[in-house]
Design a protein around this ligand. Structure first.
Ligand SMILES: CC(=O)N[C@H]1[C@@H](OP(=O)(O)OP(=O)(O)OC[C@H]2O[C@@H](n3ccc(=O)[nH]c3=O)[C@H](O)[C@@H]2O)O[C@H](CO)[C@@H](O)[C@@H]1O[C@H](C)C(=O)N[C@@H](C)C(=O)N[C@H](CCC(=O)O)C(=O)O
Ligand SMILES: Nc1ncnc2c1ncn2[C@@H]1O[C@H](COP(=O)(O)OP(=O)(O)OP(=O)(O)O)[C@@H](O)[C@H]1O
Ligand SMILES: N[C@H](CCC[C@H](N)C(=O)O)C(=O)O
Ligand SMILES: [Mg+2]
Length: 485
């Protein structure tokens, strides 16, 4: 592709070298550069792409997009200086793939919790409404029934635009995608054209990356700030920062709420293990999904479908039969009557939500046994809080490993233990090995008791020392429950 076409829409500070050259591929990773590659020098968390410029030229790169020009510029290489290489990367990646986001209706969902659930519900709903649909999510990406494994919640701009291009080729009319705060802060969504944005909620997470809650909020808000005038900006106003999201957006503003009047409203009539009974915009509907947090997710999906001009009754009928994403409040009952729940709660708020839901709908006499760990190389400040919340809402807690990554798992558990108050000590045991922890929970449980396995949801691995070993909470849970006599 011609360089001038690729650079369309990029704010350029300075160009050194010819602009009428042909680029065959684009990358932000020096290790994948070939002849006639455009290399983006991006500043990262670990290293700075600018360090690899000379290496990429040796490997055949003919164009370099960078923030700082080197002292000597070799002949036959074009240097494009920009303010922010990551922003330029998004725009060029979109141009390279023929701007696929403007050829379908792209809806982005942001928030601390609920993104995967809302995006998946919308994908399942629009498939059942007979549309060709794409999904970009933590669990997996989809083009209709085709599954494309996910590496990130929101992929890098090159992978993202390639995926959107495949969706356009498959005649997809809609794509529902999660927009993580990392993706906004790293400009992975730069250059995309959105038809709508949805905000679920914001609570404590990712402070290792954003450093302060304020920065984290700003990242979420920036997504809404950059939505075009033609898009809708749908927010949950029961969240205390829900209105903040709308402050500077050019998009048309819409709200949803359970506790106050919004443009879209729902009321919980009944919340049981068998599902939710909700009054949605005055229509009484029974849903298969459990828990008040899922009332919010269902309402967000319904409101989005209404903003996309779908038929209300058809939408509610289909939503009422959906189960949402894999590994979210996924429950099973053993032959002894022990209830096992696998859930992806990995933030203090999510743990509290899932446990308060269990508390609200349990009969009262059973014990709640929670098995929980925290991820390594991620926000450390949430560890004691997650342990405290688990203790406050459970009868017994087994602290264990999640994905330790490169950290020592015992140190992660020790940080969680700091959140256990003296009165709660008697409820808690720590078992390093996650399988042993689940086995112990199954042995402690009696008929009617509820075991919650929190934090790993759909994940099919446990990452220890940078190696991913097969591990599936649901598989282990069922195996251990079946071994009980
Ligand atoms: C913290 C974070 O988000 N890191 C992402 C980031 O990596 P980084 O900033 O560490 O990059 P770096 O290693 O410093 O490298 C800087 C630049 O130099 C380049 N480089 C590097 C080495 C080299 O030899 N040559 C070279 O060119 C790199 O390609 C990069 O362009 O950019 C990389 C390339 O896009 C991502 O793969 C990487 O995601 C890591 C693997 C990750 O785990 N991210 C998680 C935290 C994440 O993004 N999660 C969110 C979900 C969060 C949520 O639940 O809300 C997600 O959207 O998935
Ligand atoms: N609307 C909600 N409000 C609060 N908690 C929720 C909500 N929806 C889901 N949860 C809890 O958060 C967990 C993660 O849900 P989900 O995967 O939908 O969120 P996510 O935003 O995609 O998370 P991630 O950022 O890790 O991809 C669920 O397993 C549940 O415990
Ligand atoms: N999307 C989340 C996933 C956390 C899941 C948990 N199992 C862990 O490994 O910490 C994150 O990147 O923080
Ligand atoms: Mg997700």
């Amino acid at each position: 592709m011609n360089l001038q076409d690729l650079l369309y829409g990029v704010a350029i500070k300075h160009i050194v070298g010819k602009t009428d050259c042909i680029v065959d591929s684009i990358t932000f990773d020096s290790r994948t550069v070939k002849v006639n590659t455009l290399f983006f020098a991006v500043k990262g968390v670990q290293t700075d792409g600018h360090q690899y410029i000379a290496q990429t030229i040796d490997a055949g790169a003919n164009v370099i997009v960078c923030e700082l020009l080197p002292d000597t510029i070799p002949a036959n290489v074009t240097f494009v200086q920009v303010e922010n290489s990551a922003v330029a990367l998004g725009i060029v990646a979109s141009n390279f793939h023929g701007n696929p986001s403007s050829q379908l209706k792209l809806i982005g969902i942001t928030g601390t919790n609920g993104k995967t659930t809302i995006a998946t519900l919308l994908f399942q709903l629009f498939r059942k409404l007979d549309f060709n649909v794409g999904l970009i999510s933590t669990v997996q990406n989809h083009i209709n029934e085709e599954i494309i494994p996910a590496t990130h919640t929101t992929p890098n701009p090159i992978a993202l635009n390639a995926l959107l291009r495949q969706m356009v080729e498959a005649d997809c009319e809609y794509c529902f995608m999660e927009v993580s705060s990392h993706a906004v802060a790293q400009h992975r969504i730069s250059g995309l054209f959105f038809t709508g944005g949805v905000f679920s909620n914001i609570t404590h997470d990712h402070l290792d990356f954003h450093l302060t809650f304020d920065n984290y909020l700003k990242a979420k808000k920036e997504f809404f700030d950059t939505l075009p005038k033609t898009a809708f900006a749908l927010t949950n106003i029961d969240d205390k920062n829900g209105m903040v999201m709308l402050q500077n957006t050019h998009a048309y503003k819409k709200t949803y709420a359970l506790k106050q009047m919004g443009d879209f409203n729902a009321k919980i009539i009944e919340n049981k293990f068998s599902g939710l009974n909700l009054l949605v915009d005055q229509t009484d509907v029974f849903f298969k999904m459990v828990g008040s947090f899922n009332a919010y997710n269902l309402l967000a999906a319904y409101a989005t479908a209404m903003l996309l001009e779908q038929d209300k009754l058809k939408v509610l009928t289909i939503l009422s039969s959906l189960k949402g994403a894999e590994g979210r409040f996924d429950y099973t009952v053993s032959k002894q009557g022990i209830v096992g729940i696998v859930d992806y709660a990995h933030t203090p708020d999510a743990v509290q939500n899932v446990l308060s839901t269990i508390t609200n709908i349990r009969k009262g006499t059973e014990q709640v046994i929670t098995v929980i760990g925290c991820g390594g190389d991620r926000d450390k400040t949430k560890r004691p809080i997650m342990a405290r919340v688990a203790c406050d809402w459970s009868d017994k807690v087994i602290l264990t490993s999640d994905n330790p990554r490169t950290e020592n798992p015992s140190s992660i558990i020790a940080e969680m233990e700091k959140g256990v108050s003296p009165t709660n000590q008697r409820k808690v045991i720590s078992i390093l090995d996650r399988k042993e922890a689940i086995k112990t929970a199954c042995h402690i449980a009696k008929a009617g008791d509820i075991i919650l396995l929190a934090g790993k949801g759909h994940e099919k691995y446990q990452e220890i020392n940078a190696v991913r070993l097969h591990f599936d909470d649901k598989e282990v849970l069922i195996e251990q429950l079946n071994l009980l006599s």
